[in-house]
Design a protein around this ligand. Structure first.
Ligand code: HEC
Ligand code: HEC
Length: 234
């Protein structure tokens, strides 16, 4: 019995003395493995069934390099702010209200925060994940097509996007991510591609394909970019 004690003691000493890989050299891939994969998929594929979709604990990150603007990503990881007003899956976070269901804030958790050095390293690792580059290459953003009043009308009424997306804090649907910072968060090509075919990115997602013609898609995307010029983060 005594013989066993020694190696066990040495083992625990080694565990105390080995610094975590993450803090030692801020290796982004190691941080993702240690702190993120319990909630996010970094290898794919997207949820193949509705049950898998509803059980997702966080958005997929395996195409992060196709999706995010890295400057936004670096800031957000240090100071995360809610993007989905009713969390990942709204059914888990709503309660009956007087007139209609409302978001039950008490069920929503704060997101993990990273230090500046760790955020930088993680952004490097995430930016290299470009599984869906073929979808992105098929898109061409035209910033010269002004959204005009039609941009908002299309978003709010014609295509009914506002039923699921907020266009300012507290105004719009809660079952999708808010759109008033989308222009800062997402690459325009990702937005175009996602609107063209949400199911090409996430086969079971409940965002409908509205078969929006190209010119109108540019207007919708430029409308969200326009919305993001207002600083809602203050
Ligand atoms: C406990 C589960 C959990 C862990 C652990 C976690 N996340 Fe998240 N993450 C979430 C949820 C839930 C959201 C959606 C938040 C929202 O919409 O407000 C999210 C959102 C994000 C987003 C924004 C994505 C988008 O498309 O809207 C990024 C980027 C992100 N997480 C990166 C990370 C990284 C990097 C780590 C590890 C350092 C991490 N997360 C750890 C649950 C988690
Ligand atoms: C029935 C609800 C619903 C409608 C209607 C809807 N969406 Fe979505 N939308 C979603 C959901 C759900 C997601 C993906 C959420 C996620 O990844 O967590 C999404 C994702 C997006 C994204 C990617 C955002 C991100 O942060 O990843 C964009 C851009 C978008 N929608 C724009 C639109 C536009 C434009 C319309 C109208 C043509 C529209 N949506 C209509 C529910 C909806």
């Amino acid at each position: 019995m005594k013989r066993l004690l020694m190696p066990a003691f040495l083992c625990s000493l080694a565990a105390i003395m080995t610094p975590s890989i993450a803090s030692a050299d801020a290796d982004g891939s190691a941080i993702l493995q240690q702190q993120c994969v319990s909630c996010h998929s970094i290898t794919g594929p997207a949820a193949p069934t509705l049950t898998a979709l509803w059980q997702k604990k966080g958005p997929d990150l395996f195409y992060a390099g196709n999706k995010y603007r890295s400057d936004w990503l670096e800031t957000w990881l240090q100071k995360p702010k809610r993007i989905r007003p009713a969390g990942m899956f709204y059914m888990d976070h709503i309660k009956p209200g007087e007139k209609r269901d409302m978001v039950d804030e008490s069920t929503l958790k704060e997101h993990v925060k990273l230090t500046a050095a760790d955020a930088k390293a993680v952004v490097l690792a995430l930016s290299a994940m470009k599984t869906n580059s073929a979808l992105i290459k098929a898109e061409k953003h035209d910033a010269s097509i002004a959204p005009g009043p039609l941009g908002e009308m299309m978003f709010d009424k014609i295509y009914g996007c506002m039923a699921c997306h907020q266009i300012e804090p507290g105004y719009g649907g809660v079952t999708g991510p808010e759109m008033y910072t989308a222009g800062k968060r997402l690459t325009p090509e990702f937005m175009l591609s996602y609107i063209r075919s949400p199911q090409a990115w996430d086969p079971k997602i409940w965002m409908p394909n509205k078969h929006v013609p190209d010119a109108n898609m540019q207007k919708l995307v430029n409308y969200t970019i326009h919305l993001s010029k207002e600083n809602f983060d203050e």
